[in-house]
Design a protein around this ligand. Structure first.
Ligand code: GLV
Ligand code: GLV
Length: 320
């Protein structure tokens, strides 16, 4: 009997077909609807490999149901959706898909930064609604990115790729990270700051830190109050890093100028989320890595990790 793989979303056949030669490949056959919990539990019970995406909550119950489980391959760089401790206890390998998405996610981060700063989505929707009646001097005016100060919280691979783009915009680059990056400081002139100082100095605060116990709620009312009245907050990592209720208040009271969000505490974002009522928020449906080339590359990495582990080799991107 071929080992069974369960894939929690419909994947392109160019990725799935080679797996079918070696494995019994089962898929949740929807690209858009998440796999129901009951189906996931049932499929996990006799699968040797699980292919997961960030919206799948792979907790202890799933891992313990998977008596034959050897690998969970998460098609993302972040893996906060997986109970890593439980995986470790049960000798289940966990892999992610870093590197291939770095430049793509940095592009999206910059696009969201510019779009928020210049109110592109507001301006576009006004045009489409027929509200563009005349050219007027202060209409749809925003903030300049060129020459501004950017403060990057979480200077990993994606943070550095954003910082390099910022240099092209002649920005001053401040960063906060668990570890200093002396090479990047020397090579590019990036400047380290304590979080509070970064928040006080930056025109653009960009969150790119992984979601962990330490970063949950990192940006709350106190932190938002430190930011400039003209500052823009960009979050492209995980929604839970920002206290959304505090962010709503800061934006509504104009104690910061705007926010651009690709991620939310609850995803997909419920339309009742009050942030959606504010004009000074630009929102995107978690599309940081969403280029065709990068998504296919992430799929290939995930497939390879499964093949490696099921054939007894060490996978490339093991996180646990
Ligand atoms: C997306 O959010 C990822 O972690 O890759
Ligand atoms: C990790 O989170 C990265 O920046 O690649």
């Amino acid at each position: 009997m071929k080992p069974k793989i369960f894939i929690t979303r419909m994947m392109d056949e160019q990725v799935a077909a080679p797996l079918r030669e070696k494995f019994d490949v089962r898929m949740w056959e929807s690209e858009t609807e998440p796999v129901p919990r009951t189906v996931l539990l049932k499929e996990a019970a006799d699968a040797e490999a699980l292919w997961t995406v960030i919206s799948d909550r792979i907790d202890r119950e799933i891992i313990e149901a998977g008596k034959k489980l050897r690998i969970i391959a998460n098609m993302a760089v972040g893996f906060n959706n997986i109970d890593i401790e439980a995986a470790k206890e049960h000798d289940v390998v966990v892999t992610n898909t870093p590197d291939v998405l770095t430049e793509t996610t940095a592009d999206l981060t910059f696009a969201l930064l510019l779009s928020t700063a210049r109110q592109l989505t507001v301006a576009e929707s006004e045009l489409r609604k027929g509200n563009w009646k005349s050219w007027s001097p202060m209409q749809y005016t925003g903030m300049d990115a060129g020459g501004a100060t950017i403060g990057i919280v979480g200077m990993g691979r994606i943070g550095e790729a954003v910082a390099r783009r910022a240099k092209g915009f002649n920005m001053t680059v401040l960063y906060h990270n668990r570890n200093r990056k002396p090479d990047a400081e020397a090579a590019y002139g990036f400047e380290y700051r304590e979080l509070d100082d970064l928040l006080k100095e930056a025109d653009f605060v960009v969150l790119l830190t992984p979601y962990t116990k330490e970063t949950a709620g990192l940006i709350g009312a106190r932190e938002l109050a430190l930011m400039k009245k003209t500052a823009v907050l960009i979050n492209v990592s995980r929604g839970g890093i920002v206290d959304e209720a505090a962010l709503y208040n800061a934006l509504k009271d104009h104690t910061i100028w705007a926010a651009g969000l690709d991620v939310f505490e609850t995803e997909p974002v419920p339309l009742e989320n009050p942030l959606l009522t504010l004009p000074n928020v630009t929102v995107l449906p978690h599309i940081g890595s969403a280029s065709i080339r990068t998504r296919l590359a992430m799929m290939k990495l995930n497939a390879q990790a499964m093949v490696d582990v099921l054939e007894g080799r060490e996978p490339e991107n093991r996180v646990e």
